[in-house]
Design a protein around this ligand. Sequence first.
Ligand code: HEC
Length: 147
Amino acid sequence: MFLKNKILLSTAALVFCAGLSTQAMAHGDVTPQAVDTGGLTPLGEEWSDLNPYRTPSEDNAEAIKIGFSAYTQNCARCHGLEGISGGIAPDLRMLEAGFDGDEWYAYRVINGAVRNGAVYMPKMADTLSQEALWAIRTWLESVSVTE
Ligand code: HEC
């Protein structure tokens, strides 16, 4: 009985979320969602050159968890659910590992992407913390499809 309720509940939550993201897309709504990074080591103002939550960081597991939800709320509408791109924006599971990938990742989330005056990607770092953005990078690395 308890289990059944739980399943019903999570189905309801899924339907609700699907509705929300469709709505967000229909309205071109890009309002970033607050991300609770309380469980992660704070990083300060200065941007780190390297993903600080990568193994052997003791924050790694927590960062993956927070990063998944932060990605789903803030990036998935363009980059695809679970990181699997539907073609609107690049597939972030293919970002390079290590320093090169980190550098490019930080550059993009700080600067966004503008082409001929049109905003392709907003400057995500204006509204999301460095902690939230490195957590997303950490989750993306956990589902990476490159070596
Ligand atoms: C409004 C749509 C949109 C949202 C929201 C968005 N992006 Fe993007 N992103 C894009 C587009 C489009 C590009 C490709 C830009 C280009 O090549 O000019 C891109 C490119 C990138 C790149 C470079 C990928 C590559 O292979 O070159 C990274 C990294 C990235 N986004 C990370 C993120 C993260 C992390 C988030 C969420 C915090 C996010 N983006 C949210 C649209 C979006």
